[in-house]
Design a protein around this ligand. Structure first.
Ligand code: OAD
Length: 343
């Protein structure tokens, strides 16, 4: 495998000019948002008490269409207005400032890359961002101030078009929806890269998962992640910097001779981001999940759409059998819909 020094000497010699970055939730965990798939601390593990049909359902457009309550119960804790950029975000902005950032694909919806100073034309938030919202049915835009009220209260906002009444959804791409066509337009940039950085992603979600294999052979791919993912490390030119990506970018900045510039850019970005009252987003998330779980447990109604999706996913590896048992009990208390079975 190659190493940081090899990359540093190429940077210093001006042999690297087109850096393509693929980022995921791991670059924002230090800002106070859990990632999705880390066992125990990731959002999907934390959601277990909610007995969702399967964890990703909370972000599936079909589930949201009939049961938007869980999404909104957690919205305040995941609302990016309360978040500040991390040093990893600042590193991306520094790459842009040095004219080395060819393109950034981020799967994150928090907009922290823009807050850190990455120019909008140098990046795509592949899963959209949380800066606007509209009715998920008729697509009528919904005002920011009303959305902020809904996020703060945890109440589902509904379309202002009276005859529609669909739930309002932030302009983020849910499972079951397509990413914007711009993705395919920008995708060839990966093949033009002379360095790719892959940061804080499990590489489990399409379409971003297909980007790293397109980097030409011999072009270094540097993984900054807690663990090895997606076969990165399998090529002689790959470099793995395992651990927190904030530590990883500092190692790179030291090797490139950029450390002071990085720290001062980061401090500036943090100071420039106005946030509301300080919120402990991690604690708020745990509280919100507990509150909603109690509410759902106390309810004798299983929403129809929830029941259908749960049944459709029985037998998959994410089936939570405790939840199935609980719904069976509820069914026998309340119901005509027949038993949920695992066969
Ligand atoms: P995941 O949660 O799947 O993966 C995050 C990765 O970052 C894992 O490999 C962690 O080990 C690593 N990680 C966590 N904290 C880190 C840190 N401080 N430093 C370095 N690495 C760290 O998140 P994504 O890959 O971003 O989509 O998930 C992709 C998509 O799945 C998300 O955009 C979201 C989700 O469901 C939708 O909701 C549509």
């Amino acid at each position: 495998m190659a190493d940081i020094e090899t990359i540093a000497s190429k940077i210093k010699a001006g042999q690297i000019n087109r850096v393509v970055v693929l980022a995921g939730a791991g670059i924002s965990t230090a800002a106070g948002v859990p990632d999705f798939r880390t066992p125990e601390t990731g959002l999907y593990a934390k959601l277990a008490p909610l007995c969702l049909p399967y964890p990703e359902a909370i972000f599936h457009i079909n589930y949201f269409g009939h049961t938007p309550e869980p999404f909104y119960a957690l919205a305040r804790a995941r609302n990016p207005v309360n978040l500040k950029p991390t040093v990893s975000h600042a590193f991306l902005a520094l790459l842009a400032k040095k004219n080395l950032l060819h393109f950034l694909f981020t799967q994150n919806i928090d907009g922290l890359e823009l807050d850190a100073g990455v120019p909008g034309d140098k990046m795509m938030a592949v899963h959209g961002n949380w800066k606007s919202q509209r009715c998920h049915k008729c697509k009528t835009p919904y005002p920011d101030d009303l959305m902020q009220q809904a996020v703060n209260s945890g109440d589902v906002p509904y379309c202002l078009v009276a005859e529609c009444g669909g739930a309002v959804k932030p302009d983020v791409v849910f499972f079951g929806e397509s990413v914007a066509p711009r993705f395919e337009e920008e995708e060839p940039k990966v093949r033009e890269a002379d360095l790719m950085l892959i940061m804080g992603t499990s590489l489990k979600v399409n379409p971003c998962t297909r980007l790293p294999p397109q980097v030409p052979d011999g072009v270094p791919r540097v993984l900054l992640n807690m663990d090895t993912v997606g076969g990165i490390g399998g090529r002689a030119s790959d470099v793995s910097i395992l651990g927190a990506c904030d530590d990883g970018v500092r190692q790179l900045a030291d090797a490139f001779g950029w450390r002071d510039e990085l720290e001062s850019l980061w401090a500036g970005a943090v100071a420039a981001k106005p946030t509301g009252a300080e919120v402990d987003t991690m604690a708020l998330l745990d509280e919100s999940i507990e509150k909603l779980a109690k509410k759902m447990e106390g309810s004798r109604q299983v929403p129809e759409g929830h029941r259908r999706m749960l049944e459709a996913h029985l037998g998959s590896k994410s089936t939570n059998m405790e939840c199935v048992v609980r719904f069976r009990q509820l069914r026998s208390l309340s119901g005509p819909n027949g038993p949920i079975t695992t066969s």
